[in-house]
Each structure stands twice: as C-alpha cells, then as structure tokens.
Design a protein around this ligand. Structure first.
Ligand code: PMP
Length: 286
C-alpha cells in the first residue's frame, strides 16, 4: 500500500496528496512547518514541536484551523495508518490558495499536512568520524527581516548556505549572524565544549530554538556538565576542545573540522560521545 498523507483531516495516497498551484505556501513560501521523529511508537517531544509550530504560525498571523490537541491525535493516526513505529514526521501548514498577489487576506483554506516517512539517516561514518563544516558567506536572516525563530516554509536562506557547503564537499555549513557571530548550521544547532562545559549561541543570536538543543542542554546539566548560552565567534570554535550539532534528523552529530582546521584533537571528543549515548537513551525511553 502506498504511503498515506494527511491533508485537512483526510488521507490520500502519496501520489494523490496535492495542493493548489495558487497556494501561497508554494507561491511565496507563506506557511510554517515542523520536522519531528517517532521512536518505538513514541513521538519525541511532540508538545514542544507543536508549541513551536503554533508560535511560528502566530508570528506570521496564520491561524491554524485545528487545535494542537487534535493535531497531536492526527499525527498519531497518520503514523498508525502507515504502520510506522520509527519515522520522520513533517507537519506543514500553508496559508492556502489565494490570488497571485501577496495579500494573505485574499487566501482561504490553509492546508494542514502531515507526512510520515522513513527516516533518512546521515551515514554512520559521520557519527564515528565527525563532520567537516565550512563557514557559509551567506549570513543567517537578520531577525528584523525574517526571524530565524520562525520555522517558515521560506528556507532559501538556509538553502543558499547549504549549497555553499555542498560545493565545498560539506553536508552542513556554519552560518554567522549579521554581527559576525556564530548562529547555527543550515538545519542544526551548534555547540562547542570548552574546559568541560558546553557553550551554544543564545536564541537572540538569531537562531531556531531547537527541540534537540534544549533536550541536550537538559541532558548535559543532568550529567553535571554546565551549559553557557553566550555569543560565539569562529575563533571560539577554532579553540574549542570539541564541537557537535543537534537536530531532529541528525540527533547529536560530532564536528571535527571547521574551514579545514581541526577542532581540538580533530577527533570525536569524550563529552560529545557521552551526550550521543545519553540522547539515544532518552529518545528510546521517551
Ligand atoms: N536550526 C534550523 C535552521 C533548523 O532547521 C533545525 C531543524 N528543525 C534546527 C536548528 C534544529 O532544530 P530541532 O532540534 O528542533 O530539529
């Protein structure tokens, strides 16, 4: 049976799951989304992801036509219909079909979409040997232009940086903010380890407040490893002992080089290894 996709309360086979070419989600990237994981039948931090989705929608004055409680039920129903216990879940809410002008008031019928699919994992070697990053010349969106706190359907800022990474042979790229400080990667938050403590950019560095980021901060603190949320520059990464990224798809993934320069000993560090193990344990018991 083909994958079942949820659109506005109805289920469609993947090939028949469609939205209008007049949908402002397509025409203008006008909408919001979430990427979520289900592990052994439990959706990881669904409440937090839904909170972020509704906040993103609120920030762009988009009214999601159903309640978060109903959407949570529908996520589980979509997983059930596809017989998934371990899956990647994509929630999308578009502004809906309108005229060819920008005016969101001329749209109607926002599309609430739930796609569940197999998880496309990064190759295991990245977790064993660590990633290499380059710094993209594309800066992260200025918060006063389009706040990185909004997980909107307009991801071109990140895609431009991702292209730079890929051109340089890297699957992820570091993005700086308009002040030249470290912000985040194209689809992941960044942490360094320095003298036994974690350091990660604060939300006001212009980043998405990652659900995985917050889980890792909690895990570190429970293990007696403090975490500072302070502004970082590339310099801090160059002199760090360890570095890793966090994200729903990547989970916790080590970084061993930035711009061809080894970080610390240039190998996956002990605190990173400890947090990878702690995160695995957390998601499987959640
Ligand atoms: N930053 C950006 C730009 C992202 O797209 C993501 C992935 N959603 C993250 C960080 C990590 O967030 P999370 O841990 O909630 O997946």
């Amino acid at each position: 049976m083909s994958l079942q996709v949820y659109i506005n309360g109805k289920f469609y086979a993947k090939e028949d799951a469609k939205v209008s070419v007049y949908d402002h989600g397509l025409l203008y990237g006008d909408g919001v989304f979430e990427g979520i994981r289900c592990y052994s039948g439990n959706v990881f931090r669904l409440k937090e992801h839904l909170e972020r989705l509704y906040e993103s929608a609120r920030a762009i004055m988009l009214q999601i036509p159903i309640s978060p409680e109903k959407l949570a039920e529908d996520v589980y129903e979509t997983l059930r219909r596809n017989q998934f216990t371990d899956a990647y879940i994509r929630l999308v809410v578009t502004r809906g079909a309108g005229s060819l002008g920008l005016d969101p008031n001329k749209t109607s019928d926002p599309q609430v979409i739930i796609i569940t699919d197999k998880i496309a994992l990064y190759p295991a070697e990245y977790y064993d040997k660590g990633l290499e990053l380059i710094t993209a010349s594309t800066i992260r969106n200025h918060p006063a232009a389009l706040s990185p706190r909004i997980k909107s359907l307009n991801y071109l800022n990140n895609i431009m940086a991702k292209l730079e990474g890929l051109q340089a042979g890297c699957v992820e790229a570091l993005m700086l903010n308009h002040k030249g400080e470290v912000a985040e990667c194209t689809g992941d938050n960044i942490f360094i380890v320095r003298k036994g403590r974690l350091v990660t950019p604060p939300i006001d560095a212009g980043i998405l407040e990652g659900v995985t980021r917050n889980a890792v901060i909690e895990l570190a603190e429970a293990a007696g490893i403090g975490c500072d949320q302070t502004a970082l520059t590339r310099h801090d990464i160059f002199i760090a002992d360890e570095c890793f990224l966090t994200g729903t798809a990547a989970e916790v993934i080590p970084v061993v080089k930035l711009d061809k320069r080894p970080i610390g000993a240039g190998v996956v560090g002990p605190i990173t290894t400890q947090l990878i193990a702690a995160f695995k344990k957390l998601v499987h018991k959640a």
